[in-house]
Design a binder for this molecule. Sequence first.
Ligand SMILES: OC[C@H]1O[C@H](O[C@H]2O[C@H](CO)[C@@H](O)[C@H](O)[C@H]2O)[C@H](O)[C@@H](O)[C@@H]1O
Ligand SMILES: [Ca+2]
Length: 539
Amino acid sequence: MEKNLWYKNLVFYEVHTRAFFDSNNDGIGDLRGLTQKLDYLKHLGVDCIWLLPIYPSPLKDDGYDISDFYNVHPDLGTLDDFKTLVEETHKRGMRIIADLVVNHTSDQCAWFKEAESNPDSPYRDYYVWSDTDQKYSDARIIFIDTEQSNWTWNEKAGKYFWHRFYDCQPDLNYDNPAVREEMKSIMRFWLDMGIDGFRADAVPYLIEREGTNCENLPETHEYLKELRALIDRDYPDCILLAEANQWPQDLRPYFGNGDEFHMAFRFPLMPRIYKSIAAGDTTSMINILEKTPEIPENCQWCTFLRNHDELTVEMVTEDEREFLWNFYAPEARMRLNLGIRRRLAPLMGGDPYKIELLYALLFSLPGAPIIYFGDEIGMGDNIWLNDRDGVRTPMQWSAAKNAGFSEREDGRLFLPVIDQGDYRYQVLNVENQMKDENSLFNRLRGLIALRKQNDIFDTQEMEFLFRENKGLFAILRGSRRDGLICVHNLTDTPQPVDLSGFNVRVLTQSANQSSSYINTEDGTLLLEPYAYVWFKINS
Ligand SMILES: OC[C@H]1O[C@H](O[C@H]2O[C@H](CO)[C@@H](O)[C@H](O)[C@H]2O)[C@H](O)[C@@H](O)[C@@H]1O
Ligand SMILES: [Ca+2]
């Protein structure tokens, strides 16, 4: 593989530094703590770490409200700690990317403070102001549970300012050349410290135009291409990963002609994986995969099951949303905005076979998979915490005090550990799972290793098999001569799989597949409920 296409078959890991490991026992995870745990990530098979925002922030949106783009939040450490983290990550042969919050700042950012109080300041035009709150009325509200409008009145300025997220997150004005340059300086600042790229936050919303929904505008793509040009020119081994929660036809343009983003999260697929396993019917998942246009050769999808936000059900039909809500969020508290604030394991009813099945399915698909911290051990959630905090509780390292996350004596952590129920840290923790060869952690680790041994996963090639059986998700990766067949049963009943046309051997299978015996009479495999088998075709 060409040097600068390293991202095509990586395993990513999303880390919330604040929640990962506390090195100085103040109850808050930090950069030094994360550095101490790099060997753990290496052992799991992680290739690239994505850091949630680590910048100074009043934390009204857990760091996505940045008050200083050129520093590290004092809770998390210093710029030197950051440099050490990058160096230590690289020493272990891993990569690291950071969050780039392009769309907005905090209202506590010095730029906004100056902008609101001084009409003559160059920072005034860093933001989007109006005398009325009626402009751009076709733009939807994203945080519908808290925001009534995308405009908020600012007393000091005597004007409304524009914000697509919380009213403490004023949008930057990308019609201003100074803002366009500022974001490039921010990129250079962090890239010069050796990081391998950015996950770019909320990219569809950069520019507003009357009469549009202010998403995915041509002017926005034009600017994003400028950011890519900067990378290609000065940091050619680095990547940009797009967070654009959009329908396939609107998501595809973020790759441009291979000249915009290197990668994009595969948002349209994710909720449909959950729908498929709930309904025991893979139709919606297969349909969306088929509907998604091809992507350029130098680009790659980033596939995922969960992340730090609510499980978004924005980009599904109303019927699909109702189905997902009824199935996965029966209690009102589980819903947030247009989403579900729960982690993977509770969504799967704590069933380790279903969790492993979904990972196998994810790993079988084209794209580089990403694991959300804690999901590799099946951590639980706490829906009673504020906003999305319930899926961001401290990492459960061991049965020791504070889940081994922090030695803070009085137990006052940035968020409480999960210490009740099936997911309590006393039972569910890294230490226990590392000792058990059949744990979710070790099963996942095995799958990751296997994926890395097979170059076929670098490609986009995929053919659906056995489509007449809607309970199966079966794909051929590579050629019928020497490729792989990955078969997953998303139903609660055994499913026959007719392999008579193929000469195959088992590569791996789920722990609940009692045998992978193929009947020699008719070439049929009986796939157990929620089981999977991956085969290698004998060439
Ligand atoms: O910085 C503001 C937010 O940006 C990302 O938001 C995305 O998540 C939203 C759901 O929480 C989703 O509805 C939206 O389409 C996305 O842009 C970021 O991941 C959030 O944590 C952050 O609040
Ligand atoms: Ca700390």
